[in-house]
Design a protein around this ligand. Structure first.
Ligand SMILES: [Zn+2]
Length: 252
């Protein structure tokens, strides 16, 4: 049996019988893991905090060879964003972000870039209320760090460089098509040069520079309409949190 101590973010929990919980974490050391917290719903002695969604924690757990679910031994809160000024938009945003992380992350694989992206998300949600922009940046970075970044600097079919003409985003081709190569203009959404440059800038910027990159609400909402079906195609499934997210954000 090995003891692992690491920073982690809460990305899910399921209540078990009595007061136990199975917790899902995105950890710095081992990426996505699951661990049982014995008495986690009751004992503040063992677990000093309540472990809300996206809480940033220091955790220790016992790991046994061959077992997929580990045993949580201690938890200390570093920072929580679930306790202050929580509203429907934030609930929808947090549910969507953790589902993206769960779906894109294979268990047991550490990825420091994704861990840093979660730290950025913590910081940005405290100061930025343009949630659609945050969502778009988060998706783009997660796609990049998971190896699914769309090709944006040249046409995916004829390889001609972007030069300011008309472009379309193709889910099937994993990037943009020029107007000569696009076959179905009803299916592939038009994407303007501003959005193409925005995506390239997000992809090439470190998380410490992301705050400087802006986009209007209208354009962020349009970009989300491009990115949402693209992520769905990659994951080959519809996210459970997506309808709630769309509903909450449609209402303004
Ligand atoms: Zn082309």
């Amino acid at each position: 049996m090995t003891v692992i101590t690491t920073e982690a973010f809460v990305i899910g929990s399921i209540n078990l019988k009595e007061s136990d919980r199975i917790m899902s974490f995105y950890t710095k050391e081992e990426g996505k893991i699951s661990a049982v917290g014995k008495g986690a719903r009751k004992s503040r002695k063992r677990f000093a905090c309540s472990m809300e969604l996206l809480d940033h924690l220091n955790i220790s757990y016992f790991k046994k060879e061959g077992k997929e679910i580990y045993s949580l031994s201690s938890v200390d809160l570093i920072h929580s964003i679930s306790h202050s000024q929580i509203d429907l938009k934030k609930i929808a945003l947090f549910s969507y972000i953790v589902e993206l992380i769960r779906e894109f992350s294979p268990p047991g694989e550490a990825n420091n870039d994704i861990f840093d992206l979660l730290i950025w998300f913590h910081r940005i949600t405290l100061v930025e209320s343009e949630y659609m922009l945050i969502i778009c940046i988060f998706i783009l970075k997660l796609l990049l760090y998971s190896g699914f970044a769309p090709q944006m600097n040249q046409c995916c079919s004829c390889s001609s460089k972007v030069d300011g003409k008309e472009y379309f985003f193709s889910n099937e081709k994993n990037g943009i098509l020029c107007s000569k190569c696009v076959e179905d203009k009803c299916h592939d959404k038009p994407i303007n040069l501003g959005l193409i440059k925005f995506i390239e800038r997000i992809n090439s910027s470190g998380t410490n520079m992301l705050e400087r990159i802006k986009l209007s609400n209208r354009e962020a909402a349009y970009l989300f309409k491009i990115l949402d079906p693209y992520t769905r195609l990659i994951l080959e499934k519809k996210l459970k949190s997506i309808d709630f997210l769309k509903e909450v954000f449609r209402e303004g």
